[in-house]
Design a binder for this molecule. Structure first.
Ligand code: ZN
Length: 230
């Protein structure tokens, strides 16, 4: 039987309620459990707005300082999850393979491990390609009798970043002006910037400053990432 070597999806750095720091590596399955609990418990899950794929999970608790105290205080535990494989390394082909697996989820025939390959409905991911997806922590094999395969959160984050490649476009604003005497001429205006995304999204209206357009791009990408954790 084919066995995948244990692959880690994230480096987790935790700052505990008392300020103690700890670090450990998480497999994709361990990270998914951690994230699923955080979603269920209403913890804040904040994806970085850059292309790093980092996630920050913050749990806030407020309690009485001591049993007899009238004072309460708020404490936080912060877990920073840093992907071991950069999401940008996801290729177009790998993105398509992950989409096949995702497309089978919640159907009567979820993707499953068949020897070294992954079966997705009528298609299959060949052994070497499947191995790379498991090794990156983007696919998870469930511990069930069907050997169900699913896309991990790390894989979903990489997919979203692949689907939302933003750029900042530039547009001149020369326009035709009609004078009171009826004559027409061209007046040059300030350039305007737009925020475009490979998914087809474009922020409206246009921006006077390039930085503002870039910020809008980051916000759009972050919104798409946050939607994974609701
Ligand atoms: Zn987009």
């Amino acid at each position: 039987m084919h066995r995948t070597a244990l692959a880690y999806a994230y480096e987790a750095r935790t700052t505990d309620y008392d300020g103690a720091l700890s670090e450990r590596l998480l497999t994709a399955a361990e990270a998914d459990n951690r994230i699923a609990y955080a979603v269920a418990d209403g913890d804040e899950i904040a994806p970085d707005t850059d292309l790093s794929g980092r996630l920050t999970i913050t749990r806030t608790i407020t309690g009485w300082d001591t049993a007899s105290s009238q004072e309460t205080s708020t404490r936080r535990r912060v877990i920073r999850l840093n992907p071991t494989v950069r999401p940008r390394r996801l290729t177009k082909r790998q993105h398509e393979d992950l989409r096949l697996v995702l497309g089978q989820e919640d159907t009567s025939m979820p993707a499953w491990r068949d020897g070294a390959r992954v079966r997705t409905g009528f298609a299959a991911i060949p052994p070497a390609a499947a191995e790379r997806l498991f090794a990156a922590g983007w696919l998870i094999e469930e511990r069930d009798v069907h050997r169900t395969v699913s896309v991990s959160y790390a894989g979903r984050v990489a997919m979203v970043l692949h689907e939302h490649q933003t750029e900042t476009g530039y547009r001149g604003t020369d326009r035709e002006v009609v004078r009171t005497d009826g004559s027409r001429h061209w007046a040059s205006g300030d350039p305007l910037y737009r925020s475009l995304c490979s998914c087809g999204h474009r922020a409206e209206p246009l921006f006077e400053r390039k930085e503002a357009a870039q910020a809008a791009s980051r916000t759009h990408r972050a919104d798409a990432l946050r939607a994974l954790f609701t």
